[in-house]
Design a protein around this ligand. Structure first.
Ligand code: GDP
Length: 208
């Protein structure tokens, strides 16, 4: 399987997003959940910068990816939480970075709602070791109101025992009420399954 992949742009706001309407797969999740590692594992090269320091990535990074003769798409690395419109975390002038991330994610999804972009599938990444974190559940609730196909991916499954895998999968699927794909960027487990899920992304935008 030949995969071509290239970094295209880092977007700080709406005017920086690509305009060619390729399908997009956006990865969202808490800082350190393993977004960059998963992107690198999917494309089998070191494309995304992994961060030891949480919250380092504050831009939306677009990678253009094509697997053999399949259609090209963007993998989009969105900044770590909190983007929910209803949660002005930085109220009172606190965390400017969080505010910036909120605005960016809002702009990202507004663009899809306004027909300015191709179809988007959002993968909510959650740490498979910790099912049911409040911020993850809030993010899911918010994502359900957005015009996109969405799915939940449990990361770092290599850190779970066999018994934990079964139990955490059940917990996650019950909490999010959708099938959950478990992956490991470290061992490659679950990546084929994730590519199959990505292939189900519709080639045209969903009606709002
Ligand atoms: P991001 O902030 O969401 O982009 O997270 P990173 O990809 O930078 O990963 C955060 C930390 O988790 C790093 O120390 C990674 O090496 C580690 N990590 C990421 N994915 C995996 C995985 O599948 N298995 C294990 N064991 N560690 C992982």
């Amino acid at each position: 399987m030949i995969i071509s992949a290239e970094f295209v742009t880092s977007a700080a706001g709406a005017r920086d997003f690509p305009r060619d309407r390729l399908p997009e797969v956006a990865l969202v999740g808490r800082s350190n959940v393993g977004k960059s590692s998963l992107i690198n594992a999917l494309v089998r090269r070191k494309l995304a910068r992994t961060s030891a320091a949480p919250g380092k990535t504050r831009l939306a990074n677009f990678y253009r990816v094509q697997r053999e003769s399949e259609r090209a798409l963007y993998l989009v690395d969105l900044p770590g939480y909190g983007y929910a419109r209803s949660e002005p975390r930085s109220k009172g002038g606190g965390d400017a970075a969080a505010q910036q991330i909120n605005r960016l994610a809002d702009a990202y999804f507004a663009r899809h709602g306004a027909d300015a972009a191709g179809p988007v599938m959002v993968l909510l990444l959650v740490d498979a070791r910790h099912p049911g974190l409040e911020t993850d559940l809030e993010a899911w609730t918010w994502l359900k109101s957005q015009p996109c196909t969405r799915s939940v991916v449990g990361t770092k499954v290599d850190k779970l025992t066999r018994a934990e895998r079964a139990r955490h999968t059940r917990e996650l699927e019950s909490l999010f009420d959708v099938p959950v794909t478990l992956v490991s960027a470290a061992t490659g487990e679950g990546l084929d399954e994730l590519w199959k899920l990505i292939a189900r992304l519709p080639s045209r935008r969903m009606a709002p």
